[in-house]
Design a protein. Structure first.
Ligand code: AGP
Length: 590
């Protein structure tokens, strides 16, 4: 969703900010803008709807001078996709510029109040009130810190913002409340962003701000305060994500690169601190009741974990959709354990589920890819996916990394230590599955014209059926449904007619024979069966052969051709798989 980037230092800010915006593109956005303060103490802003590259082409950008600046990619919530609504927003006297992520819930009330005192608003956004408020309070106080303290007392909602003021041209300020904000520490320059990826090419030393914290940055100094104005000392963290892993390398899209990275990612996910794994195992064993939560693909990983925990360790688990968590008010208690699953660690629905669970007294653990994210900080213990930044909007390597962590936990909980070592064979098995690429591309080029696809599987293959359908929908915009294979005959079979593609997930395990019968029922009604299995059958019209493997690994191996199918369907339909329409990588609004 929206992205913030800010810079203060000795270099020309606009090109650094532009580069930062390019790195934030993956989050999903519909407009972008940059604002700087020049040597004549004048604020200059260039912004528009469309892509960062379009912004980069604007001639006005060349005239944007200054060593302090802020920039933003906007994903519209309040107000349409227009250049007026794009950030940065200026105060009436053009003395303050702000960029903002999140939602100011009381903006209508604040706007009315400010208009009553003569402020003129240009945009329809909730964000603009911040610029006007800062201007008004600063005029009175002439002190940045006390201005910020006053302003944040007035704002309700979840937000992170950065601001620059003509009166303090060498300073950038920011505040965080329930939306991420990270400081990047450079040499005689400092950065502020909603995501460390924005500045990672310049520094890998970061300070993660916590909720209710303010920051004042100059080229030499970074000072962090709580909302009451107390100075806080916070340690810097060295982040391991290297610049190289943010590049597309030889791949045409990030999505394809990330699909290929899975052969390493599945092993990286197993490289956990043993103390953290022990912590998880003890917490699950000691809990009165275990709950899992997540959204989208992470929810599918949680569904699979439920089946693994139940069948390998006989531990019952409930999976609760984070976006539906409000339904469960009063259901968790002090004996409950909630494991939250999230790639970004910033999904608003997940964070609000965690908040609600904690309020009920539950202990919260998490499985997260983005280190330093809010979810990590809200959890008693986290197992990191360790798969590096995932830029493509579609979750690919983070999903299989999540599955590997759950495989490991389920085997540990079930005391099946002999099978744990088999998990290390996943890297070479995934590599074999990646060898299916040409076949999957060729098949997808033939069948992508279908209007509807169905994905079916039983037991541990059911969450993969859901995931296969989600991937196809979000990348190619083809309608797709995933379901338990045995449910077909309870309704959806009515939709099957000549040539309708049905992807049948059917490796050789306890579910094999029943799933094959379901596939035959579809075939008898004209459906086109795409079998994903290690065992061929004449029922399959198309056969995608995944390597034979220990059963616990089949979901990981199935994921690879399903992701490729979605990727090549997007390519065949001339869609950009990295940035599907209407979607954002990190969904930071509820
Ligand atoms: C997956 O391909 C989607 N982009 C989406 O469903 C995603 O999994 C969901 O928004 C949850 O995100 P998270 O894992 O970062 O919490």
């Amino acid at each position: 969703m929206c992205g913030i980037m800010g810079y203060v230092g000795g270099r020309e800010a606009s090109s650094i900010l532009l580069d930062g915006l390019r790195r934030l593109e993956y989050r999903g956005y519909d407009s972008a803008g940059i604002g700087t303060i020049d040597s004549k103490h004048k604020l200059n802003v260039v912004k528009d709807v469309g892509k960062v590259e379009q912004l980069a082409q604007k001639t006005e950008l060349g005239g944007l001078r200054g060593i302090a600046g802020i920039a933003h990619t906007r994903w519209a919530t309040h107000g349409g996709v227009t250049s007026e609504n794009a950030h940065p927003h200026l105060s009436c006297k053009q003395e303050v510029a702000i960029v903002h992520n999140g939602i100011i819930e009381n903006y209508l009330e604040l706007r009315q109040e400010l208009e009553g005192r003569g402020h003129r608003f240009i945009s329809e956004t909730d964000s603009e009130v911040i610029a006007h408020l800062i201007e008004e309070v600063y005029e009175r106080k002439k002190d940045l810190l006390s201005t910020l303290i006053d302003v944040v007392q007035r704002l309700k909602g979840a937000y992170a913002f950065a601001a620059i003021l003509v009166d303090a041209p060498n300073v950038m300020v920011g505040a965080r409340q329930d939306a991420p904000l990270v400081v990047g520490l450079g040499k005689s320059e400092n950065f502020l962003a909603s995501d460390a990826l924005a500045f990672i090419g310049n520094t890998d030393r970061v300070v993660f701000l916590d909720n209710r914290e303010l920051v004042l940055l100059t080229e030499k100094n970074v000072k962090i305060y709580d909302f009451a104005g107390n100075l806080i000392q916070k340690p810097a963290t060295q982040i391991a994500w290297e610049l190289g892993s943010v590049s597309r390398r030889e791949f045409e899209h990030y999505t394809l690169k990330e699909i290929h990275e899975q052969k390493d990612a599945v092993l990286q996910a197993l490289r956990q601190d043993p103390r953290s794994v022990d912590y998880f195992v003890d917490a699950v064993q000691g809990a009165g009741k275990v709950y899992l939560t997540g959204c989208g693909t992470s929810f599918h990983a949680a569904l699979l974990a439920k089946l693994l925990f139940t069948s390998y360790a006989k531990i019952p688990v409930e999976v609760l959709l984070s976006s539906e968590f409000e339904q469960y008010e009063g259901m968790l208690d002090e004996k409950s354990l909630l494991i939250a699953v999230s790639q970004s660690g910033e999904t608003a629905d997940v964070l609000s589920a965690v908040k609600a669970a904690k309020k009920m007294g539950a202990r919260v653990l998490s499985i997260v890819n983005a280190m330093g994210s809010t979810l990590v900080r809200e959890s008693a213990c986290t197992l990191l996916n360790n798969c590096g930044p995932e830029i493509g909007v579609a979750a690919t390597k983070s999903f299989t990394a999540q599955l590997m962590i759950f495989n490991m936990l389920a085997l540990r909980l079930g005391h099946r230590d002999d099978e744990l070592s088999e998990l290390w064979s996943t890297g070479s098995l995934v590599e074999k599955a990646l060898g299916l690429e040409d076949q999957v591309r060729e098949m997808t080029e033939r069948i992508h014209v279908a209007n509807d696809f169905y994905f079916v599987g039983r037991s541990i293959h059911h969450p993969l059926a859901l995931e296969g359908a989600l991937k196809l929908k979000e990348l190619s915009y083809i309608h797709a449904e995933g379901m338990a294979a045995g449910e077909l005959k309870h309704g959806s079979l009515a939709l099957i007619s000549e040539g309708v593609p049905v992807v049948v997930l059917n490796p050789e395990d306890a579910t094999y024979a029943d799933t094959l019968s379901n596939a035959s029922e579809v075939k008898a009604r004209g459906g086109r069966i795409i079998g994903v299995s290690n065992k061929p059958s004449k029922v399959y019209d198309e056969y995608i052969e995944i390597p034979a493997a220990p059963p616990v690994l089949y979901p990981v191996l199935e994921a690879v051709p399903l992701q490729m199918m979605a990727y090549y369907a997007a390519i065949s339909r001339q869609q950009n798989p990295d940035y599907p329409r209407n979607l954002a990588k990190s969904v930071t609004v509820k």
